[in-house]
Design a protein around this ligand. Structure first.
Ligand code: ADP
Length: 488
């Protein structure tokens, strides 16, 4: 079986969020299971020069409205995975991937229409014709439509089945209808059955309608998005396709996130020997300028600073949190208003509160390794990766029971013998505080806490299981598409 994974970001080339982690590690896991998997992404400015780049004169031309836009497909590689990079500086050599602090790039519709078309042309010029084209999020979703509208008679491309993975329904790629001309499809597709969405064009909707199979990144989220509360206007379209809609939990790359062999942290540690975690805690307190104290419970959050991640709750709760005698560190970047509010809190509680505004992978590892408790109070969470990293590092998660957080964490009070964290249900400060208090009560009992930490560290969310589920979905996509599922 041959798969091409298309994504606007792939780790280790470039990453702004969990999407890159997933599209970077899934192909590696697939290869271990005997599936040939390659990736395709734009050649962003942020991609470091130290990757091998092979220019093989692979040129693509795509029609964007009445223009013909040319680009080059550059071949590269990481950890044995072949990658195709779409080099088009006019679109992708920019300071940010999608938006500046002042808002989205105004030509995002054009940039990602182009990328979605270039993916298909790249299949032709590289000669790597996958059985399944695995699309990820709105930036690639329209490829599913272009395949069926523009390439239905193409001898190679008409055989390609599609799977669309929705990593976050909060990002749909919605643009005004004047952008329809960029797509080069007729106005008959600007209808409620296809792309039209409250008078605008919705790229993700196009993918949902045209992909052979769809999935999200947890079972719970795949159900939630079919309801008005989580569907963000697409619940009806998703319900219509519910028999083709699945949930596959993301895996974790334990080569990257593993306290036993993490080169980014001061002291490695294992389930049997947790001494290193103590050393990391002190290093973490030092890194944030907090008072050094091994006994004080240290809570942490690493996240995009956005409403989705529950920062309204966090900001409301912080003053009360400090009455419990805890320390709290936040690493994140995102909405300006959260930057400002958190900075203000930092000046009020300099000894208890550590704040780093920015994106820092090394620090993220130190936080996972040094903190006691990881707080993730998301309003909604398709999968969530940090609670899974936290488990591996014995940093007990306190999470809101939504989406992937609900699927991956078992509440300790509900089930003391299997519990792996603390969950709360209502999106309120009171419920969040109550869950933190329950965690702190266990923290005070050293033996109970140690056995809880160890149980967390023993959980297995490796990619292998998820990759096997993806293979099943690929086979299903091929069956739906009417192509021969083949063998792997
Ligand atoms: P998202 O919705 O942002 O994709 P996920 O939990 O799925 O959330 O993945 C977020 C990923 O980005 C994790 O690997 C997390 O560690 C990382 N991350 C988020 N913010 C930062 C930051 N400020 N610095 C370093 N890593 C970060």
């Amino acid at each position: 079986m041959k798969v091409l994974i298309a994504s606007p970001e792939v780790y280790p080339f470039v990453k702004t969020g969990g999407l890159a982690d997933v599209t970077g590690s899934l192909p590696k896991a697939l290869k271990k299971l005997g599936v040939e998997a390659r990736v395709i992404l734009p050649k962003h400015k942020q991609i470091p020069d130290n990757f091998p780049f092979r220019y093989r004169n692979l040129k693509v031309s795509c029609k964007i409205s009445s223009k013909t836009v040319d680009a080059e497909i550059v071949e590269s590689e990481y950890d044995g995975v072949i990658a195709y990079l779409v080099e088009k500086d006019e679109y992708f050599y920019r300071d940010y991937l999608y938006s500046t602090p002042d808002g989205d790039y105004l030509d995002n519709a054009e940039r990602f229409t182009f990328f979605s078309k270039a993916i298909l042309e790249a299949i032709k010029v590289t000669g790597y014709v996958p059985d399944v084209l695995h699309l990820n999020d709105w930036e690639t979703a329209l490829s599913a439509m272009f395949l069926k509208v523009h390439y239905k008679d193409d001898p190679l491309l008409s055989r390609v089945a599609t799977l669309l993975t929705i990593h976050n329904l909060g990002y749909q790629g919605i643009f005004w209808h004047y952008d329809m001309h960029l797509l080069n499809v007729g106005w008959e597709y600007f209808t409620p059955e296809y792309l039209e969405f409250y008078g605008k064009i919705n790229f993700l909707k196009g993918g949902i309608v045209f992909a052979d199979i769809i999935n999200t990144v947890s079972k719970k989220y795949s159900q939630e998005i079919q309801t008005p509360e989580f569907g963000l206007g697409l619940e009806g379209v998703l319900r219509k396709r519910s028999s083709d809609l699945f949930g596959v939990l993301n895996g974790i790359d334990y080569d990257e996130w593993n306290p036993e062999k993490d080169e980014r942290i001061p002291a490695k540690y294992t389930v049997q020997n947790l001494e290193g975690k103590r050393i990391n805690k002190v290093a973490l307190q030092r890194a944030f300028g907090l008072s050094i104290n091994e006994e004080v419970p240290l809570i942490a959050t690493i996240s995009r600073l956005s409403e989705q991640k529950g920062f309204d709750l966090i900001i409301e709760a912080i003053p009360q949190l400090f009455t419990f005698g805890v320390q709290y560190v936040i690493l994140g970047t995102g909405e300006r208003r959260f930057h400002e509010e958190l900075q203000a809190i930092k000046t009020r509680f300099p000894d208890h509160f550590g704040l780093k505004i920015g994106y820092d992978n090394d620090l993220a590892h130190l936080i996972e390794a040094g903190a006691d408790i990881f707080l993730l109070p998301s309003k909604y969470e398709p999968c969530g990766l940090n609670q899974l990293y936290s488990l591996k590092y014995g940093t007990v998660p306190v999470v809101r029971a939504t989406g992937g957080l609900d699927d991956t964490i078992i509440d300790y009070n509900e089930n003391p013998s299997l519990g792996t964290g603390f969950k709360f249900y209502g999106f309120t400060k009171e419920e969040m505080i109550e869950a933190i208090e329950r965690a702190l009560a266990v923290y005070r009992n050293k033996d109970l806490w140690l056995s809880l930490m160890r149980r967390c560290m023993e959980q297995d969310f490796s990619w292998e299981r998820s990759a096997r589920e993806y293979i099943k979905l690929y086979q299903l996509a091929m069956e739906k598409h009417g192509s021969n599922p083949g063998s792997i």
